[in-house]
Ligand binder design. Structure first.
Ligand code: 5GP
Ligand code: MG
Length: 176
C-alpha cells in the first residue's frame, strides 16, 4: 500500500478542522456523534482539540459487507444520547458517495436537535451522489480505497497512524 497522508499531515488537517468547528459554534454547547466504527480515531483526536462544553456519543452505520463494495446501509441509534434541542455534529471517517452521511443526518433530524452538521476526515473526489455536502472536511483525496486512522479493510488496518491507499495486491490476500 502507499501512504497518502502522514501522521504529521493528519495532525495538521485535524487541527485546522477543529479550528473551523470552534469558530462555527463559538462557545455554544455541542453534541458530537461519531459514526461507528471508522470515526473512532478522528473522534478521539478531535474532541481533545475542542474547548466548548461537549457531549460525546456514537451512532452505528454500516454499509460494507467486508471488502471494498457497498452493501445495504443499516443505522443503529440505540447507543445515541438524547439530542433534542442540542447542536449536533456528526463525525465520520470518509464522505464517498455521501449516502451514509445523508441518511444519518436525516435520521438525526427526527430526534429534534437544534442543528445538525457533519464533519469528515476525508472526501473522495468525483464520487458524490447526493445533494448535500459535509460542513467540514479535513482532506480531499483521489478516488482510491484507503485505510488507516480508523478506516479498515476487512476489519484490519484501523490502527495505522497514517492513511494509505490499498494497491491491487493488497485486495486479495488474507489479513491477520
Ligand atoms: P458513502 O455512504 O459516503 O458512500 O460511504 C461512506 C462509508 O463508506 C464510510 O463511512 C466508510 O465506512 C466507507 N468507505 C467509503 N470509502 C472508503 C474507503 O476508501 N476506505 C474505507 N476503509 N472505507 C470507505
Ligand atoms: Mg464508516
Amino acid at each position: 500500500m502507499k501512504e497518502l497522508l502522514s501522521e504529521h499531515d493528519l495532525r495538521r488537517g485535524v487541527r485546522e478542522m477543529a479550528e473551523q468547528i470552534a469558530r462555527c459554534y463559538a462557545r455554544q454547547p455541542l453534541t458530537i456523534l461519531g459514526v461507528l466504527t471508522g470515526s473512532i480515531v478522528l473522534l478521539a483526536d478531535l474532541i481533545r482539540l475542542l474547548e466548548m462544553p461537549l457531549r460525546v456519543g456514537v451512532v452505528q452505520a454500516s454499509s460494507y459487507r467486508g471488502g471494498t463494495t457497498r452493501g445495504r446501509l443499516t443505522i443503529n441509534a440505540d447507543l445515541m444520547p438524547d439530542i433534542e434541542g442540542r447542536n449536533v455534529l456528526l463525525v465520520d471517517d470518509i464522505f464517498d458517495t455521501g449516502h451514509t452521511i445523508q441518511e444519518v443526518v436525516s435520521l438525526m433530524r427526527q430526534f429534534h436537535p437544534n442543528s445538525v452538521r457533519s464533519a469528515v476526515l476525508l472526501r473522495k473526489t468525483g464520487r458524490q451522489e447526493v445533494a448535500m455536502d459535509p460542513d467540514f472536511v479535513a482532506f480531499d483525496i483521489p478516488d482510491e480505497f484507503v485505510v488507516g486512522y480508523g478506516l479498515d479493510y476487512r476489519d484490519a488496518y484501523r490502527n495505522l497512524c497514517y492513511v494509505a491507499a490499498l494497491e491491487p495486491e493488497d485486495l486479495t490476500g488474507d489479513h491477520p
